[in-house]
Design a protein around this ligand. Structure first.
Ligand SMILES: NC(=O)C1=CN([C@@H]2O[C@H](COP(=O)(O)OP(=O)(O)OC[C@H]3O[C@@H](n4cnc5c(N)ncnc54)[C@H](OP(=O)(O)O)[C@@H]3O)[C@@H](O)[C@H]2O)C=CC1
Ligand SMILES: CC(=O)N[C@@H](CCC(=O)OP(=O)(O)O)C(=O)O
Length: 362
C-alpha cells in the first residue's frame, strides 16, 4: 500500500490504552494517514513496538506507509506544542476528565481533534450532573460536533472538534433513532434499554485490576440508574427532552462487544415486516449498519473486531412492545472505528477507508 501525497499527519494521544491501540491497528492500514506522533502519560523507554509488541504489521512496509519510522516512534509524555508541530489531526483516547483538557489545548492550537471521551458530548450542566466534574470552557464545548456518523454527516464534515459518541450510546442510538424519529414510541412512555458490554469498555487499567477470578463465569449490572450515557442518548433521541430512557448497563465476561436490547412501547399497532422495511430503507445505503431480516438475532461474534453494527427487530404483539437489538464492537464502532469513520468524513475520504476489517469469527 503506497503512501499518498495527500497523507494526513495524525497523532494518537493515549496510545497505550485500548482505544489508542485500536486506533493504531486501524490507522496503520489507512492509505491516507501517516502516524507522526504517539503520546501517553509518560515517556516510554523503548519504541512503540516495545510497548505494544503485538502490533507487528507496523513493521511490515508492504502494509504501512512508513514502516521504518512508525517502528521508531516512541510513546512520549503528551505535550500540546510538540503534538501541534507534528500533526494535522489528533485522536484523543484518554479517560474522561483528562481528555477534554487535552482536546481543548489542541483545538486552541488549530488542530482538528477527534475526542473519544465523554468530555465534549453533553451541555455544561448535564456534564456536571452526570460526570461529577467541571466541563471544559463554553467556547470549546460549543465548538464540539457530536459524531454519530450515520446521523450527523453534514456537521461532521466541517468539524474542527469532533466528539465521538460513547459505546453504549452508539449501539443504542443506531437501534432507536429510526423508531423514535418516525414517532413509533408512545409519547411519555420511557424506553427501556438493557445493555451489556465486554470488559474492555472499562479501559485497560480497570481491566488489569478486574482479575479473571472476578469476571469469569460472572455477570452483573453496574452504575444502575446513573450511567453517564443516559443523557447522551436522550439528547440525541429528542433535543427537546421529550424522550426518557431507563438504561441498565451490565458487565459481560467477554473482552469485546456490546449488545443493546431496547424495548419501546408502541404508539400504534405495527407489524414486524412494516418496521423491518422501514429500518431497511433508513440504513440501506450505510456500509456499516445492517438490518437483519425478522427472525434473525444479532450476535457479538458477528461484529467483533469490525466497525459493523447489526440490528434486529421484533414486535411483541402481546405487550405492544417493539424490541430492537443491536450489537457492535465497543472498541471499533463504539470507539476507534467510528472515530476513523468520522475522520474519513471530515477529510472527504471514502467512509470505509481503513475500516475494511471483517469480523473475527469464532
Ligand atoms: N474502551 C472503550 O470501549 C471505549 C472507550 N471510550 C472512551 O475512550 C477514552 C479512552 O478509553 P480506553 O482506551 O478504554 O482507556 P484506557 O484506560 O485503556 O487508556 C487510556 C490511556 O490514557 C493514558 N492517559 C491517562 N491520562 C493521561 C494524561 N493525562 N496524559 C496522557 N495520557 C494519559 C494512559 O496512558 P499510560 O498508559 O501511558 O498511562 C492510558 O493508556 C475514554 O475516555 C473512554 O471513556 C469510548 C468508547 C468506548
Ligand atoms: C464496561 C464499562 O465499564 N464501560 C464503560 C464505558 C466507558 C465509556 O465509554 O465512557 P465515556 O465514553 O462516557 O467516557 C462504562 O460503562 O462507563
Amino acid at each position: 500500500m503506497a503512501e499518498t501525497a495527500s497523507a494526513v499527519r495524525v497523532g494518537i494521544i493515549g496510545a497505550n490504552g485500548y482505544s489508542g491501540i485500536e486506533l493504531l491497528r486501524t490507522l496503520s492500514l489507512h492509505p491516507h494517514v501517516h502516524i507522526t506522533y504517539v503520546a501517553g502519560s509518560r515517556d516510554a523507554d523503548g519504541g512503540l513496538l516495545a510497548e505494544q509488541p503485538f502490533l507487528r504489521t507496523l513493521t511490515a512496509p508492504a502494509h504501512t506507509h512508513d514502516g521504518a519510522s512508525l517502528a521508531a516512534l516512541k510513546v512520549q509524555q503528551f505535550d500540546p506544542d510538540v503534538c501541534a508541530a507534528a500533526c494535522d489531526v489528533a485522536f484523543v483516547g484518554l479517560p474522561s476528565g483528562s481528555a477534554g483538557q487535552v482536546a481543548a489545548a489542541l483545538y486552541e492550537r488549530g488542530l482538528r481533534v477527534i475526542d473519544l471521551s465523554g468530555d465534549l458530548r453533553l451541555p455544561a450542566e448535564a456534564y456536571r450532573t452526570w460526570y461529577g466534574r467541571d466541563p471544559v470552557p463554553d467556547a470549546v464545548l460549543g465548538a464540539a460536533v457530536y459524531g454519530l456518523t450515520e446521523w450527523r454527516r453534514a456537521s461532521i464534515a466541517t468539524a474542527q472538534l469532533l466528539s465521538n459518541p460513547g459505546c453504549y450510546a452508539t449501539a443504542t442510538l443506531l437501534a432507536l433513532l429510526p423508531a423514535v424519529r418516525a414517532g413509533l414510541n408512545r409519547p411519555g412512555a420511557p424506553i427501556v434499554v438493557d445493555a451489556k458490554s465486554g470488559v474492555s469498555g472499562a479501559g485497560r487499567k480497570a481491566v488489569q485490576s478486574n482479575l479473571l477470578g472476578e469476571l469469569a463465569e460472572n455477570f452483573y449490572p453496574y452504575k444502575v440508574g446513573r450511567h453517564q450515557h443516559t443523557p447522551e442518548i436522550e439528547q440525541m433521541l429528542d433535543p427537546d427532552g421529550g424522550v426518557r430512557i431507563s438504561l441498565t448497563t451490565q458487565l459481560l465476561p467477554v473482552a469485546r462487544g456490546i449488545l443493546s436490547a431496547c424495548h419501546v412501547m408502541l404508539e400504534r399497532p405495527v407489524t414486524v415486516e412494516e418496521v423491518y422495511q422501514f429500518y431497511q430503507d433508513c440504513y440501506a445505503a450505510e456500509p456499516f449498519v445492517h438490518v437483519l431480516p425478522p427472525g434473525q438475532v444479532p450476535q457479538l461474534k458477528h461484529v467483533r473486531g469490525s466497525n459493523h453494527c447489526d440490528i434486529a427487530i421484533a414486535v411483541d404483539e402481546r405487550t405492544g412492545l417493539l424490541q430492537v437489538f443491536s450489537v457492535i464492537d465497543n472498541l471499533q464502532k463504539g470507539a476507534a472505528g467510528q472515530a476513523v469513520q468520522n475522520f474519513n468524513v471530515m477529510h472527504g475520504f471514502a467512509e470505509t477507508e481503513g475500516l475494511w476489517a471483517q469480523p473475527m469469527y469464532p
